[in-house]
Design a protein around this ligand. Structure first.
Ligand SMILES: Nc1nc2c(ncn2[C@@H]2O[C@H](COP(=O)(O)OP(=O)(O)O)[C@@H](O)[C@H]2O)c(=O)[nH]1
Ligand SMILES: [Mg+2]
Length: 358
């Protein structure tokens, strides 16, 4: 699973990357290149995992991690950067989620004026063009096929009708999310890697002067993509590079109520439609990431495929009940443990004990 940061040049993508990845990559000396992007595994913050690790005094704490990728900016219209743009677009199409950074800070070092709404529509325009070109290619192919006596002609006709609607929508600069109505249509688009269909988050990058109240800046741009998070990326990148014990003082001194990078990470996680359940014991406490709506056996595969194969049942206690009871034994005594079968849909915050045959 990966998240790709995108935006126009100098919008603050690398600062955001440094902030979410805690500065693990020396991005100042290794600027992101299209043929060599910067990448880092980023932990999805979860205080529940911390509490459970503390409770079990466990040696092994396994968080959910997602790869984040920093690329050069998209520079539409720059013919000298055409091959770089093509390479960047290729990364965007392969991404599981996109984070689009918009500049909302003044800086003498950055050319152009501050206009996040215009930048957002510029980016959206690029995404739309890319999806339109894929759609038109497919229409051309299907139009040829449908004239031949092929067995699946009816399906092809239906596809063509749907692709026509995709084309209309994109030509009106509307995203494909507004076209798709059912699984048949969703399946058609599966191979397209459509950019306007991807889970995405808009990040508004505000200046140091607004670092303490970034949401006030965000409120000025109600039309920007939803969901969105506002933060001062350069400041948060700076804080991320400090030793942990020094951060709190610095955050306070700079007038911030809290860091927003964790909110960026969580918002993307939500956009990916992911939830977290836990497996916990003395040996290991682990966060396990699944797509919302996943049943118990498929969820078990996240731990080991053998557990999924030999699945018998799952014993479940919610994190809240576990914590309130103060541990597994007491949670059992309090009647909070329940048995669930194959059809059980695992919920966010479930602590799960799988029973399986080998
Ligand atoms: N004042 C200010 N400058 C920023 C902020 N974020 C980025 N910058 C500056 O803008 C320039 C471009 O930032 P960078 O993260 O490299 O942008 P990228 O090209 O999108 O990766 C650098 O000089 C940063 O220091 C911000 O929130 N406030
Ligand atoms: Mg950069």
């Amino acid at each position: 699973m990966n998240v790709v940061i995108t935006g126009l040049p100098f919008s603050g993508k690398t600062c955001l990357f440094d902030a979410v990845s805690q500065g693990v990559v020396n991005s100042a000396e290794n600027p992101a290149r299209a043929d060599h992007p910067n990448a880092a595994m980023v932990e999805v913050p979860d205080p529940r995992l911390d509490w459970l690790s503390e409770h079990y005094q466990t040696k092994k704490r396994t968080p959910v991690q997602i790869e984040w990728i920093d690329l050069p900016g998209l520079a539409p219209g720059r013919s000298d950067l055409a091959s770089q743009n093509t390479a960047v677009m290729e990364y965007l199409r392969r991404a599981d989620a996109l984070v689009c950074v918009l500049r909302a800070f003044e800086s003498s070092r950055v050319p152009g004026k501050v206009d996040p709404a215009a930048d957002a529509s510029h980016m959206h325009g690029e995404f739309v063009l890319s999806d339109l070109s894929v759609t038109l290619n497919r229409i051309e192919k299907v139009e040829k096929q449908v004239t031949k006596p092929v067995p699946d002609r009816e399906a092809l006709k239906k596809e063509l009708e749907f692709l026509g609607r995709c084309r209309e929508s994109l030509e009106a600069e509307r995203p494909l999310t507004e076209v798709v109505r059912n699984d048949f249509e969703r399946n058609i688009l599966k191979g397209f890697a459509s950019l306007t269909l991807k889970p995405s988050l808009t990040v508004l990058n505000v200046g140091e002067d607004a670092a303490g109240n970034p949401d006030e800046v965000a409120a000025k741009f109600p039309a920007l993509g939803q969901p969105k998070v506002a933060l001062c990326a350069s400041l948060e990148a700076e804080i991320a590079r400090l030793p942990r014990e020094e951060r709190a003082t610095f955050i306070k001194d700079m007038g911030l109520d809290r860091l927003r990078a964790p909110e960026v990470i969580l918002s993307v996680y939500n956009a990916l439609n992911r939830i977290t359940y836990f497996t916990a014991g003395e040996k290991e406490v682990a966060s396990r990431s699944i797509v919302r709506g996943t049943c118990a056996p498929e969820s078990a595969a996240e731990v080991h495929t053998d557990i999924a194969k030999g699945f018998i049942r799952a014993e479940i206690v919610t994190y809240e009940d576990f914590k309130r009871s103060g541990g597994l034994k007491q949670a059992k005594a309090d009647g909070h443990m329940r048995n669930e079968g194959r059809d059980y849909v695992v919920q966010d915050g479930d602590i799960v004990l799988f029973h399986f045959s080998r």
